[in-house]
Design a protein. Sequence first.
Length: 173
Amino acid sequence: MKPFKILSRETLIDSPFCPIEKQIVELPNGKTTEWFVNLNKGAVIVIPILENGEILLQKNYKHGCGQVILEFCAGMIDEGETPEQAAKRELLEETGYASPQFIKLKSIFNDPSGSKMQYHYFLAKNASKTQEPELEDAEQIEPFTIKNLETLKTFLTHPDTKTTSATVGGAFY
């Protein structure tokens, strides 16, 4: 298999949350076509296990779908940050919790046909509340806990539970 040859690039959207580039590419068969690529570098998803064994989730309004969904703590990796640094920062900012131990579980591509962006999953063990959350203006987040992993699986598989596949469902399925 051969990678596509990029003949030209044009920035269509220059935004920190959704940078989009239009590429003219040459396919392996010699034909050319347009390809649109999201240039986001990555995001983290943190699965916090509290000192008492409970699992921290959050209700979060997501404007793209116009609904409140349930998810683990998640966020974009800032310029110059490692995925682990972003995981620690996002957990503290969104929930007010900190953890002495972050374990990287895996990384997966978000949309490999249109982006290099990867989700980096971390388990945050023995998390405890150390401060109040520091939310951005557009964030509406309410943290809550689930008793244990078995309760979480039951909760997530209930047909009325709205989640994002990457930030909750993707961790279990």
